[in-house]
Design a protein. Structure first.
Length: 110
């Protein structure tokens, strides 16, 4: 058991050596800088109590969100996309869905 603890400590220490760790205060001061660095693949971690929370870039798609948040099956997502497309075409044909310029939109909300 002692050997495992030494092994874990060794690798955790090496991982921290390659990760830029920040306090919450430091992270808040230059958050955009650290987010850009994380998006480029750099290892950035924020120390929160006794833990390090890693910043990581993740790919997110609308289907991923629907599946994770609502437990939608891939088939349900496809059916929803088709229904939305049909609704869009129907509204466009009926004239209820129109394209407006920025100026027209401003006049509409004034």
């Amino acid at each position: 058991m002692r050997c495992q603890a030494t092994f874990d400590k060794f690798y955790l220490g090496r991982y921290k050596d390659h990760m830029k760790t920040l306090t919450i205060t430091d992270a808040k001061k230059n958050l955009s800088r650290w987010l850009v660095a994380a998006s480029r693949g750099e290892d950035i971690g924020i120390v929160c109590g006794a833990e390090i929370i890693a910043l990581r870039k993740v790919e997110v798609e609308a289907t991923d969100y629907a599946q994770r948040e609502y437990q939608a099956t891939p088939e349900q997502v496809v059916a929803l996309e088709k229904a939305i497309d049909r609704r869009y075409r129907t509204l466009k044909r009926s004239g209820k869905l129109v394209t407006v310029t920025v100026e027209q939109l401003r006049k509409m909300i004034e």
